[in-house]
Design a protein. Structure first.
Length: 226
């Protein structure tokens, strides 16, 4: 198997004009030079089979095509991410119902309670950052909106920090389902993170878009207080 100067020149031209990174073209040219040198300096008494050279060329060609495919997929991913960010930007200013930790400050925390459709009773349980239950309320079986004041039974405020809430659904005294409570907060910003769109809530949480279960225009009505 012999590579003529014309064939090598054509291969070099193809490598430099073909779509892909400059480094890939450079590697391809280097590979051709190494392959040519290998052929010129092989042992004449034990020459390398032509099929072996063909395998080397085919292997490198496969790697080259895979790199180009990855580059195209990366470009497509960037386009999709930008499109998703543009769509999510329309959420800014709206109130989102999102699955996220509760950031307790000085103000009551608006929550949205999801319950099982078959429930005849429900209970909201609040937990601190260690997972310890600190408070519980009986809530309507159909769920709805709720404002957690962040104070204990004596009116003393809980320490500012991160909390979680879950709703236990019951039917005839038996627990049948448990759902995380959804935080209600206005969307302040939309951004890309690791190639995926996320929203930043005014209450401080950064939430993936697939954890947002509802959107509505902001209002001050409809909250249930304990």
């Amino acid at each position: 198997m012999e590579i003529t100067p014309t064939q090598q020149s054509t291969a070099q031209s193809d490598a430099t004009t073909r779509p892909g990174s400059a480094s890939l073209s450079s590697d391809f040219l280097t590979f051709l030079k190494m392959l040519t040198t290998q052929m010129q300096n092989q042992d004449p008494l034990n020459p390398v089979e032509s099929s072996d050279f063909a395998v080397q060329l085919a292997t490198f060609s496969g790697v080259e095509q895979q790199v180009q495919t990855n580059e195209r997929l990366a470009g497509l991913s960037e386009q999709l991410s930008a499109s998703e960010l543009s769509r999510v930007s329309g959420w800014i200013g709206m109130t989102a119902q999102a699955e996220a930790p509760i950031h307790l400050g000085e103000d009551p925390v608006p929550l949205h309670l999801r319950t099982d459709p078959e429930a005849d009773a429900a209970r909201l349980v609040l937990r601190d950052s260690t997972g310890t239950a600190i408070q519980g309320f009986d809530v309507p079986a159909e769920g709805g909106r709720f404002a957690w004041a962040g104070v204990d039974e004596d009116g003393a405020p809980f320490a500012p920090g991160t909390y979680t809430a879950e709703i236990l659904s019951f039917r005839e005294g038996e627990e049948i389902a448990t759902f995380p409570a959804l935080v209600e907060a206005r969307v302040a910003e939309a951004r890309l993170r690791d190639g995926a769109a996320v929203v930043l809530l005014e209450s401080g949480q950064s939430v993936a878009t697939d954890k947002v279960f509802g959107l509505r225009e902001p209002d001050e009505n409809g909250l249930v207080t304990p």
